[in-house]
Design a protein around this ligand. Structure first.
Ligand SMILES: Nc1nc2c(c(=O)[nH]1)N=C([C@H](O)[C@@H](O)CO)CN2
Length: 118
């Protein structure tokens, strides 16, 4: 399945990081996500119930990361991938989490994972 639904540049404010000072503040994470989805069905029906609703997914990403308060970006990415697969039936996804300003001189640092198969 070559079709997909994507979310680009979703900003989530949460507690994240491995250092003590990072557990006392919130920081911005930027999420880029592509999820395999058969868009022929909603393409025919014009019904959001047949679609992978990117608004609902975006809200779920926010609540997940705010509750999780991960130390590592890797942990945030792994848990998010599991939620998307279990709750939304996503069979394949590519997910990047960026942490802007975390490393002096770098625009952003982050991780990218791919889970499942198309
Ligand atoms: N591979 C990773 N390396 C680092 C992470 C991370 O989440 N994954 N996190 C940190 C610190 O929290 C850093 O962002 C503070 O500036 C260091 N390395």
């Amino acid at each position: 399945m070559a079709d997909s639904v994507f979310i680009e540049g979703l900003v989530v404010e949460t507690v994240v990081g491995v250092y003590d000072w990072e557990r006392e503040v919130t920081q911005s994470l930027v999420i880029d996500l592509e999820m395999a989805w058969d868009n022929r069905v909603p393409g025919r029906s014009d019904d959001v119930a047949d679609a992978l609703d990117y608004a609902t997914v975006s809200r779920r990403i926010g609540t997940c990361l705010k509750e999780l308060r991960p130390k590592l970006l890797e942990h945030g990415a792994e848990v998010l991938a599991g939620v998307l697969q279990a709750e939304f039936g996503v069979i394949w996804l590519r997910l990047a989490i960026r942490k802007p300003g975390a490393v002096p001189g770098a625009k952003a640092v982050g991780v990218c994972i791919e889970r499942g198969s198309r």
